[in-house]
Write a protein that binds this ligand. Structure first.
Ligand code: PLP
Length: 477
């Protein structure tokens, strides 16, 4: 509204009438229209109030009468004013009550990054330049069919590249026809929910688990049943006892979020059996297995059982979060319903960035980048783990993960419920607590430490502060 831009205030001396003209609006009629409209919508001009005649208002504003007439006509079409023959022009009697708050209740401004925050990565300028050049090339050379509506699954070439990568690195054999490009993991989950589940259905969720996935399930009116995670991953027998009739299970088997454990083969087999027997779906979120520091990554669940597993992969970790490119790998029998859900949702994904990304994959640049940053992340992981252990005199149990971009550092089992929060506050570091990712609220607490995308010296300093603060806390008793 004009109130957000520079305004010149003009209070009209006509009873209660007061409007503010926005000098940034060039046309006189639009300026008058916008000023009266905001005053009516904001409740400054009350329903039933008589407006000045067009001649009178033009004289007061020093503007053309025609401009006022045009503005009044526009306000009449908007339904904001009404004309009564012979009596004049009035603010409409029936108007919605203005909303109290126009600003969103949450703060969506990006904040400067701080050590330990999750969701950051390293992308060097050369790779960004390549991506930008490829993007520009595709836009500049776009043929007419690339400017219209497209396949709800996304770029065929990118899906072929992903299928090749999955077969080579994750043991997942799929046809590119079964891959759907999405705008991030939560978007993919939402599409699967729309296609496969109904309101009130029960979903198993790892506890502690990925808060964002839980938000997606809850926002779709699903019932989330927490299933505890131990050193073997999700405790499937426990899930069967609590809710054997669940329709789906969400898991991060390669590198559990946030504990970092890898799901054992026994648990994988148990999960697969349960899914088969109950005709349930497994949502396998394989968000960071490209970063495997020892040996090769375990075969994905979708590589073991591909008729009940929906696999979710993302480029958020291999490249960067604001790219918003991820993918679903679907069992063939549900492709049609998920594609229909996608078409109903937002039709299809934006094309050109997908094409540029397919280029980076095809010429091996993405693979080279991952190998390069993996070495840096590995060094960061070890530096942070050592600093946490040393500075805390061994009080913090920093578990060095074989995968991924974060680690979990635990407090002793007998620490009080408030210990982690108090240690974090005293250290002044940005870290999520394990308890903040719990649903059932029982179990050991500690810190989730993101070690990617931050300068090494900042990571080390933050780890020293957190370790020191933990040591002080326990020394004080
Ligand atoms: C468990 C988990 N899944 C998925 C993602 C990636 O989400 P997205 O693809 O929406 O960026 C993350 C990112 O931090 C994550 O922690």
């Amino acid at each position: 509204l004009s109130r957000n831009r520079p305004t010149s205030s003009t209070d009209l001396g006509d009873g209660d009438l007061s409007i503010r003209l926005d000098v940034a609006i060039r046309s006189q009629s639009s300026r008058i229209h916008a000023a009266i409209r905001s005053s009516i919508v904001d409740g400054v001009l009350r329903p039933g109030l008589k407006l000045p005649s067009s001649r009178g208002l033009a004289a007061q504003l020093g503007m053309r009468r025609n401009a006022v007439v045009t503005a009044y006509e526009q306000l009449l079409s908007d339904g904001l004013i009404m004309a009564r023959h012979g009596a004049g022009t009035f603010v409409a009697a029936q108007l919605p009550v203005p909303p109290k708050r126009l600003r969103p209740a949450f703060d969506c401004e990006p904040k400067p990054r701080r050590a330990f925050e999750l969701g950051h990565t390293v992308v060097d300028g050369t790779l960004l330049k390549r991506l930008g050049t490829a993007l520009a090339r595709h836009v500049i050379n776009a043929s007419p069919e690339h400017l219209g509506y497209g396949d709800p699954r996304g770029s065929h070439r990118l899906r072929c590249q992903i299928a090749e990568y999955l077969a080579q690195r994750r043991g997942v054999r799929t046809d590119p026809a079964c891959i759907v490009i999405i705008n991030g993991t939560q978007h993919g989950l939402r599409l699967c929910i729309d296609a496969l589940l109904a309101r009130g259905d029960v979903v198993w969720m790892e506890d502690p688990g990925y808060y964002a996935a839980r938000t997606t399930f809850l926002s779709a009116d699903l019932k989330v049943v927490p299933v505890p995670v131990d050193e073997h991953g999700m405790n499937v027998p426990h899930g069967k006892l609590r809710a054997t009739g669940a329709r789906a299970a969400y898991v991060t088997p390669s590198h559990q979020f946030p504990t970092g454990v890898t799901m054992s083969i026994e648990r994988r087999v148990a999960l697969i059996h349960w899914a088969r027997e109950s005709n349930a779906w497994v949502f396998e979120d394989d968000y960071d297995s490209e970063f495997c520091y020892t040996g090769g990554p375990l075969t994905a669940l979708a590589g073991l059982l591909h008729d009940r597993v929906v696999y979710l992969g993302t480029f958020t970790k291999t490249l960067f979060a604001s790219l918003r490119l991820a993918y679903l790998v679907l069992p063939p029998q549900i492709v049609e319903s998920v594609v229909n859900a996608r078409a109903a949702h937002d039709r299809f994904p934006a094309l050109f960035m997908q094409k540029a990304l397919a280029d980076l994959m095809a010429d091996g640049k993405l693979g080279n980048h991952v190998r390069r940053v993996r070495r840096r992340y590995c060094e960061a992981r070890d530096t942070v783990a050592a600093a946490l252990t040393n500075a805390s005199d061994g009080i913090l149990d920093a578990r060095v993960p074989s995968y991924g971009l974060h680690l979990a550092a635990y407090l002793p089992m007998d620490a009080s419920r408030h210990a982690a929060g108090e240690i974090r506050a005293a250290a002044g570091v940005e870290t999520r607590l394990i308890s903040e990712n719990r649903i059932a609220r029982a179990g050991p607490d500690g810190f989730i430490i993101g070690f990617s995308g931050h300068p090494l010296h900042e990571l080390k300093a933050a780890a020293m502060r957190l370790g020191q603060s933990a040591a002080d806390y326990f020394r004080r008793g």
